[in-house]
Design a protein around this ligand. Structure first.
Ligand code: B12
Ligand code: SF4
Length: 541
């Protein structure tokens, strides 16, 4: 569609709803995805365009029209404020069916549809066959401006589109390296959302090369000062107090990371603010005490660490870059600095053939090793997910070659969230057994009895609050009671309440799982794989 009139235009950027199964739905109600905000901010600089972001996972209040599933009602949105172009955040495979559903709707109205993000850029032909006009390959800040300005498609770098039934991919767009000139992400563009956890990011890309990961670009970093200007802007204009640093590796470029931490600590002191930040970091960063100290002083309290597995054969297959021998020690170091650790694990990683171990590890033994490790390392909160053969990864290519991935016609993208078996496991283990193993580990970690532990702590520790409460009442200074409460909360309440909350999430997941016909689909998928295998092994006549 060509947009040539003089009227102002509307670009609507949609963050698609997570599936019913997602264990992230709760947290998604308080935050949003950073990429679409960056793209929307760039588009909003165009003279004739207005921009809005609709995050389907965080649509609150009475003004957002909702359909019978509680999702934004797009026909009504479009009637209220017709968009001339619609963009989709397509990084998470599990949300792709929702994108295609919406894309077909908007395209049917003649609205131009654009999508970007890790899934769609790795499989552009699929999107182009499902209602998307243009797929943006890589970073979208510059590309979106050219698209909305109607630059001829063949002259726009980093896109894929169809012409005469053929897919055309243009020359790759160079990666952004100059973050100084990037505008501050404008969270005012998101409509209907309530944000209490602000996503920010100082670095993009990662120099590691894990086999299962879709992040392939080399690391690039904004300066500590630039990052600080984003944080102070959000703190002062939007009252932001909690941040999620979504860089793949927070400590990439350690010196600059420490400098950023120093600036952050100094800023909070100067402004009398207490900011909370969660970061994603590598476990072996425990080797740098000066880094951990700087992070701690900056108010970083939660670290998300991709442990992946306590089993060496699996770590080698993944190319994680370290083995299990130091994992407990490194974890202890993070704990000594007072960090809460959210440990992220991948269960059932398929071995690479060239790495065949002498002794195969049984499924029960694997479950035991994961549980033992999580207990011994005293991981505060854990996420154990099944292996996901993500598009654009070497893992997917390897499993495809081995004919092990379940056909998408049966096990579709909506199941690509780490909670469903997506390929035939190693060593004759069934996919059902694999899924049960993970739910067993998760149910063992997140239990109802954590509520009892909380109640016991309240009763037992009640006396320690009496004196500070009396001091607070007599002096009218809250610091006495807050100090004791903060200490108690950290030591006795936080983890227990998270684990009790996790019990609800796991319970909910089971409820949704029972309503779904995944197991039937799995049977069909297995049968198809077996047929294909038999066909291959039959001698040609
Ligand atoms: C933060 C994060 C999360 C957060 C928040 C997710 C969110 N809503 O953003 C949380 C913790 C919830 C999360 C959860 C999961 N995540 Co995650 N996550 C990330 C991470 C580390 C950073 C995302 C980010 O902020 N990037 C920075 C921004 C600036 O870049 P961007 O998002 O890529 O956006 C740019 C371009 O893609 C493009 N673009 C994007 N959208 C659009 C739209 C338009 C119209 C245009 C023009 C351009 C455009 O322009 C943007 C600006 O340059 C990415 C890794 C990564 N580097 O992307 C993984 C990543 C997205 N997650 C991934 C996965 C697999 C998951 C999980 C399944 C858990 C897991 N196994 O790791 C769950 C998903 C749960 C579910 N139900 O499906 C994969 C997704 C791959 C895939 N095909 O699905 C990634 C790529 C990491 C990986 N291991 O490969 N994740
Ligand atoms: S899993 Fe983490 S360390 Fe490995 S390549 Fe991806 S972002 Fe980098």
């Amino acid at each position: 569609m060509v947009i040539g009139s003089a009227k102002r235009h509307l670009f609507r950027l949609i963050v698609p709803a997570l599936s019913n199964f997602s264990i992230y739905s709760d947290i998604a109600r308080y935050t949003t995805a950073l990429g679409p905000i960056c793209v929307a901010t760039a588009a909003n600089k165009l003279k004739d365009w207005d921009v809005e972001v609709i995050d389907e996972n965080n649509c609150r209040g009475k003004f957002c029209p909702k359909d019978r599933f509680g999702l934004p009602d797009h026909p009504r949105l479009q009637a209220e404020r017709p968009a001339d172009a619609v963009g989709f955040y397509g990084s998470l495979s599990s949300t792709v069916p929702r994108i295609f559903e919406l894309a077909e709707f908007y395209k049917g109205l003649g609205v131009r549809t654009i999508a970007g993000g890790k899934h769609v850029e790795n499989l552009p032909e699929e999107s182009l066959a499902n209602g998307i006009d243009v797929v943006v390959l890589g970073e979208g800040e510059e590309t979106i401006k050219e698209l909305l300005l109607n630059v001829p498609l063949e002259n726009i770098k980093g896109i894929a589109f169809r012409r005469n039934g053929q897919m055309i991919k243009t020359e790759p767009r160079p990666l952004i390296t100059d973050f100084e000139n990037q505008p501050i992400p404008d969270f005012n563009l998101i409509r209907y959302a309530r944000i209490s956890i602000y996503p920010v990011s100082r670095t993009r890309g990662c120099d590691m090369n894990c086999e299962f990961c879709a992040v392939k670009d080399k690391t690039r970093c904004a300066t500590p000062e630039k990052m600080m200007s984003i944080i102070s802007h959000l703190a002062e204009t939007r009252g932001a107090r909690k941040f999620f640093e979504s860089s793949d590796h927070f400590a990439a470029n350690r010196e600059e990371t420490m400098e950023f931490c120093r600036l952050l600590a100094e800023y909070q002191k100067r402004k009398g603010l207490k900011l909370k930040m969660t970061v994603q970091i590598r476990l072996n960063d425990a080797r740098y005490p000066e880094l951990l100290k700087a992070m701690k002083e900056a108010g970083i309290i939660n670290v998300c660490i991709g442990y992946e597995s306590p089993i060496d054969e699996e770590l080698i297959s993944m190319r994680k870059g370290y083995l299990s021998k130091d994992m407990i020690n490194w974890t202890k170091i993070f704990h000594q600095y007072g960090f809460f650790i959210h440990g992220m694990f991948i269960f059932g990683y398929p071995r690479r053939n060239n790495n065949e171990p002498a002794v195969k590890i049984s499924l029960d033994e694997k479950v035991k090793r994961f549980k033992n490790f999580i207990n011994r390392a005293k991981i505060d909160t854990a996420q154990v997910l099944l292996t996901v053969p993500l598009v654009g990864t070497e893992l997917r290519t390897r499993l495809e070659k081995e004919g092990r991935i379940f056909p998408l016609a049966d096990i579709g993208w909506q199941y690509y969230d780490g909670q469903f078996p997506l390929f035939m496991p190693d060593d004759g283990v069934t996919p059902e057994e694999m899924q049960n193993a993970v739910t067993k580990i998760m149910s063992n970690f997140y239990r109802f009895h954590h509520l009892l532990a909380i109640m016991i702590h309240i009763v037992v520790h009640f006396p320690i609050f009496v004196f500070p409460a009396a001091l607070t009442i007599t002096t009218l200074k809250t610091r006495y009671i807050t100090r004791v409460y903060n200490w108690w909360e950290k030591k006795y309440f936080r983890n227990q309440s998270m684990r009790f909350g996790g019990w609800f999430i796991v319970r909910n997941w089971f409820k949704n799982f029972r309503k779904d016909n995944f197991l039937e689909k799995l049977n069909q998928a297995k049968a198809k794989l077996n047929q294909a295998k038999e066909k291959l092994s039959r001698p040609a006549n």
